[in-house]
Design a protein around this ligand. Structure first.
Ligand code: XMP
Length: 321
């Protein structure tokens, strides 16, 4: 790997911002650029760097892929409006659900998401807007995990031999690729992003698909979305690195109103970690766990079982898919 990591302890944030702004201006000197903002800290940071460097020559989009958390599009559009950045929402729900239909293998699901983003959605936006460049928030850890063969992170292209210009018709520019998550948070804060963005727990590019074991359908995504909302509400005060809900493929026998109810299982994970490379389950108090089980079985239709995962990473990974 010729790419050089900048560890957060060695990062000089202001110098990094000046250097990346200058490099973005020269890398995209002869045309328009687009970027997809998911609302995570990485893509938010790139959005701000890009607008600083390119101004009106950068157009920012939020891809409504149907697999995001509840209310995300509205929330992100409103946050960036306050920062003076217009974000256009692109409806691509059908593209994603069609591409995921019938797939159960984790790497096939990840590949379908990559292809839908890059070959279908971004190619279409590039054609319609006349852009030549796509800015994106790949970070060093994404590259490391993909190269190590652990998971194919949705946004790794050039590093696995994909020529985006030839394959998709645009060049990908990655201004924060040398940083780890903690470094990106530092830069994001200096760029003026609000704390709800720069301190936001990580969320994976394949979104809720990384948290559904087995087939992806709109109702199964809705189940995990509802459980995610409850987990985030209950666990945000723990300040853990990441907390999430996973929908299992197998159903189990439960009971409701004195009758048999063959229903879904939700698994909760809550992680302590610095950079996602190694992680430990948070020692959550039992009363929080019980409250989570009650709220999820009461509030998410069809769920009869809630478990808490106590495995470390490794051998687990943070997400399930
Ligand atoms: P895993 O599950 O590999 O996750 O232990 C490590 C960290 O990366 C996030 N993650 C992703 N982020 N694209 C991303 O941008 C992806 O495809 C992806 N997969 C996992 C995960 O949430 C965790 O913080």
């Amino acid at each position: 790997m010729s790419l050089q990591v900048i560890e957060t302890k060695d990062l000089k944030a202001k110098d990094f911002i000046s250097k990346q702004t200058a490099e973005l201006s020269s890398a995209c000197a002869d045309g328009l650029a687009i970027n997809a903002l998911s609302g995570g800290v990485d893509s938010s940071c790139v959005t701000m760097l890009g607008h600083k460097a390119l101004g009106n020559r950068l157009k920012t989009y939020f891809v409504e892929n149907g697999i995001m958390r509840e209310g995300e599009a509205e929330r992100i559009v409103a946050i960036f409006k306050k920062l003076g950045v217009h974000v256009e929402v692109v409806d691509a729900k059908k593209n994603f659900f069609d591409a995921l239909k019938g797939l159960t293998d984790p790497e096939e699901k990840r590949e379908a998401i990559t292809q839908t983003f890059y070959r279908d959605v971004f190619s279409r936006i590039v054609k319609e807007s006349g852009a030549k460049y796509l800015l994106q928030g790949t970070i060093y850890t994404d590259v490391e995990e993909t190269i190590a063969g652990i998971k194919r992170q949705h946004n790794i292209l050039e590093q696995v031999g994909i020529d985006t210009q030839a394959e998709f018709g645009y060049k990908v520019v990655e201004p924060v690729i040398q940083l780890r998550k903690s470094g990106v948070r530092e830069i994001a804060k200096i760029l003026g992003l609000p704390e709800e963005i720069y301190n936001r727990p990580p969320f994976p590019g394949p979104a809720l698909v990384a948290r559904v074991i087995g087939e992806i359908t709109p109702p199964r995504i809705e189940t995990v979305r509802k459980a995610t909302k409850i987990v985030e509400e209950e666990l945000s005060s723990t300040k853990a690195f990441q907390y999430l809900a996973i929908l299992h493929e197998d159903k189990v026998t439960g009971m409701r109103d004195g009758k048999r109810d063959y229903g879904h299982q939700i698994e909760i994970r809550c992680w302590e970690s610095k950079d996602a490379r190694i992680a430990f389950p948070t020692r959550l108090p039992y009363d929080i766990l019980e409250k989570l089980a009650d709220r999820i079985t009461d509030g998410v239709p069809g769920v009869v079982s809630v478990t808490y995962n106590i495995t470390r990473k490794p051998p687990s990974t943070i997400e399930a898919v």
